[in-house]
Design a protein around this ligand. Sequence first.
Ligand SMILES: NC(=O)C1=CN([C@@H]2O[C@H](COP(=O)(O)OP(=O)(O)OC[C@H]3O[C@@H](n4cnc5c(N)ncnc54)[C@H](OP(=O)(O)O)[C@@H]3O)[C@@H](O)[C@H]2O)C=CC1
Ligand SMILES: CC(=O)N[C@@H](CCC(=O)OP(=O)(O)O)C(=O)O
Length: 313
Amino acid sequence: MTADRKAGQSIGSVFPHLVSQDLPKMVAIKDADFSDVDAVFCCLPHGTTQEIIKGLPKSLKIVDLSADFRLRDISEYEEWYGQAHSAPELQKEVVYGLTEILREEIKGARVVANPGCYPTSVQLPLVPLIKANLIESKNIIIDSKSGVSGAGRGAKEANLYTEIAEGIYSYGVTRHRHVPEIEQGLSDAANSKVTVSFTPHLMPMSRGMQSTIYVELAAGVNFKDLNQQLKLSYEDEEFVVVLEEGAVPRTHNTQGSNFCFINVFPDRIPGRAIIISVIDNLVKGASGQALQNLNLMMGFPENTGLLYQPLFP
Ligand SMILES: NC(=O)C1=CN([C@@H]2O[C@H](COP(=O)(O)OP(=O)(O)OC[C@H]3O[C@@H](n4cnc5c(N)ncnc54)[C@H](OP(=O)(O)O)[C@@H]3O)[C@@H](O)[C@H]2O)C=CC1
Ligand SMILES: CC(=O)N[C@@H](CCC(=O)OP(=O)(O)O)C(=O)O
C-alpha cells in the first residue's frame, strides 16, 4: 500500500474501519518494493498515473482506476484532459475494463483501464441496446447524478458540507471529461460515431450514482423490447440486474455493493424511452469493477471479494 501525504501512516489511521487489519504501513511509491508483487491497483489522480505506471516492473498486472488510459485516441485525451499524454506506447496495450462487455479481452490483458463511474452507469444499459439496433444512436440525452465521494477524499472548497448540503448542482455542463469516454464505448457498439448530451450533477449524498437516459426507439421497437434485450444480455451476469417492469432503480439499493440495477420505462412521447441505471460510484463505478477485472486477469472466480450485499437492501 502506497500513499503520498499519508506515507508512513498505518491504514487504520487513514481508514479507521480497517484498524483491526494486520497490514504493513503505507510507503511512498518510490520506496515500494515490487519484487514480491503480482498485481497492483493504481488509484492515483489523473496525470500522475501515466508517469508512475511507466516506471513499474513490466511483469506486473495493473488495473488503473484513473482516466489516464481510458481513451484510445491520445489526441482526444490531450484535448479533454488538457495535458500531454506521457505514455502513448503503453496506451496501445491497454484494455478498457467494462467487465460485462469486454470480459474476454480483459482476461488476457496486462494493463486494464478501469472505466469512470459515469461511463459505467451509462454504457452498461446502452451498449447492448445499440448493438441490437433497438435504439437510435442519435439524440441520446444523459442526465447523471453522483454522490460527493466521486470527487475523491481530498479537501476541496466546492465539496464542503456547506456547499453541498440541501441542494444539487450541475457541473461540467456541455463539457465534462467523461463525454469522450462514453462516446468511445457507444461508437464501438454502433460501429459509427455516436455523440451524446451529458450533464452530471452533484448530490448531497456520500455515495451512489444514477443515470437517467432518454433515447429514441428504432422504428417498430417498443420499450418492452429494450427491457427484454437487457434481460437477455445480462441473464448470466451476477452484478448487472434488470428489474421487473415498473420497478424504479434506487441508489440506496446499490450502496456498498458491486450491483448495477437497470430498468426501462416508456416515455409519454411516442417513440421514446427512459432508462434508469444506478450503481455505487465507489464500487461498480471504481474499486468493485477494478477487483472484478483483476479477478479475471488472475484467473480467480470473478466474484472473489465482491459478495457484499447493499447496505439498504
Ligand atoms: N471516487 C470515485 O468515485 C472514483 C474515482 N476514480 C479515480 O480513481 C483514482 C483515485 O480516486 P480517489 O480514491 O477517489 O482519489 P483520492 O483523491 O481520494 O485519493 C488519491 C490517492 O492518490 C494518492 N496520491 C495523490 N497524489 C499522488 C502522487 N503525486 N503520487 C503518489 N500518490 C499520490 C493520495 O495519497 P495521500 O492521500 O497520501 O496524499 C491518495 O491515496 C482517481 O484517478 C479517480 O479519478 C475512478 C472512479 C470513481
Ligand atoms: C462527483 C465528481 O466530482 N465526480 C468525478 C468523477 C469521478 C469518476 O468516476 O471518475 P474518474 O475516475 O474519471 O475521476 C468528476 O466529475 O470528475
